[in-house]
Design a protein around this ligand. Structure first.
Ligand SMILES: Cc1cc2nc3c(=O)[nH]c(=O)nc-3n(C[C@H](O)[C@H](O)[C@H](O)COP(=O)(O)OP(=O)(O)OC[C@H]3O[C@@H](n4cnc5c(N)ncnc54)[C@H](O)[C@@H]3O)c2cc1C
Length: 275
């Protein structure tokens, strides 16, 4: 199928991009790996496509204990970045499971987070890593904690005219362990279920993908893990509000999430033993 008619702009400055996005019925084009199929299927029919690929939004920096990843950083770049490996080792674990090389070469951090696919790995990682998102519009810039950014199935705090500029993550502190686990039908497929875990001294952050329709942390499971009570954490995941579909019933998604939690905890224990 072909997309409906649309106008196209490729701004080179942020100010120009934000002015274009302030017009009605626009869409941001980043890697295009999700938007172009959606336009071809006419699920998305923007009047104006604002291609952000010429904006300087791809940088990855580590300064003052904060890792900043630009929205245009490709999955492949984040996966290969030594700074990311050092400051946010959860991300390469997860990104190795995102799609295939061709899609990772084009797909962007900002595109994945803005789309908020319930099965996507990166939103879960951002929650487990306590990220903050930097968002700009013609009205100015603001910061949104990951916990306030995701509003449910394909829904975020981004309003029309908003552009996600970057994710900022506190760099991993000593004593913290990170594990990303998932089950997919084939390597590179979207996850049937995935789990991102950050486990520190007296603290835990845990988020799922592919299980619930939205993206959120699991406070009851986190509290149980902090108390060292894995059975209670597993029981807490048993109360997840899982999606239900004929190919993957809710009970099966919950079972997978519990299996993944056991694996993730085992992985962090192995990392502890090796340290
Ligand atoms: C075959 C296939 C398999 C895939 N498998 C996986 C997988 O296993 N796991 C996974 O997580 N993903 C997977 N993906 C999706 C892939 O990760 C995409 O990269 C991602 O969904 C969107 O990123 P993008 O840069 O291509 O965004 P685009 O397609 O360009 O945009 C996606 C949406 O986000 C908006 N947007 C993009 N950037 C911004 C921004 N900076 N600010 C505001 N809005 C913005 C767009 O307007 C659009 O609505 C797969 C895709 C394909 C085609």
């Amino acid at each position: 199928m072909k997309p409906a008619r649309f106008d196209y702009a490729r701004p080179t400055t942020l100010a120009e991009a934000l002015a274009l996005l302030a017009q009605p019925d626009t869409a941001v084009l980043a890697g295009g790996q999700s938007l172009m199929p959606m336009m071809n299927l006419r699920v998305a029919r923007p009047a104006l496509l604002v291609d952000i690929n010429r904006l300087p939004l791809a940088g990855i920096t580590l300064a003052g204990g904060t890792l900043r990843i630009g929205a245009l950083a490709r999955h492949a770049e984040v996966l290969a970045s030594p700074l990311v490996a050092q400051a946010a080792p959860l991300l390469p674990q997860a990104l190795a499971l995102v799609a295939h090389a061709a899609i990772r070469n084009r797909g962007t951090l900002g595109g994945s987070l803005s789309l908020a696919d319930p099965a996507a790995e990166l939103p879960a990682c951002m929650l487990a890593l306590d990220a903050t998102f930097v968002v700009a519009s013609a009205q100015g810039e603001r910061r949104i904690p990951a916990g306030d950014f995701f509003h449910g199935l394909y829904s975020t705090a981004l309003a029309p005219g908003d552009l996600l500029l970057a994710a900022e993550l506190p760099a991993a502190k000593p004593g913290w362990r990170f594990a990303f686990q998932e089950v997919a039908r084939r390597h590179g497929d979207f996850a049937m279920a995935g789990l991102a875990l950050a486990l520190g001294p007296n603290a835990a952050r845990l988020a799922l993908c592919g299980v619930e329709p939205g993206q959120r942390r699991q406070p009851a499971a986190e509290a149980a893990l902090t108390a060292g009570d894995l059975p209670a954490a597993l029981a807490a995941l048993g109360r997840a509000e899982a999606m239900d579909s004929p190919d993957l019933p809710a009970a099966q998604r919950i079972h997978l999430a519990q299996v993944l939690l056991r694996r993730a905890v085992t992985q962090t224990e192995a990392a502890d033993a090796a340290a």
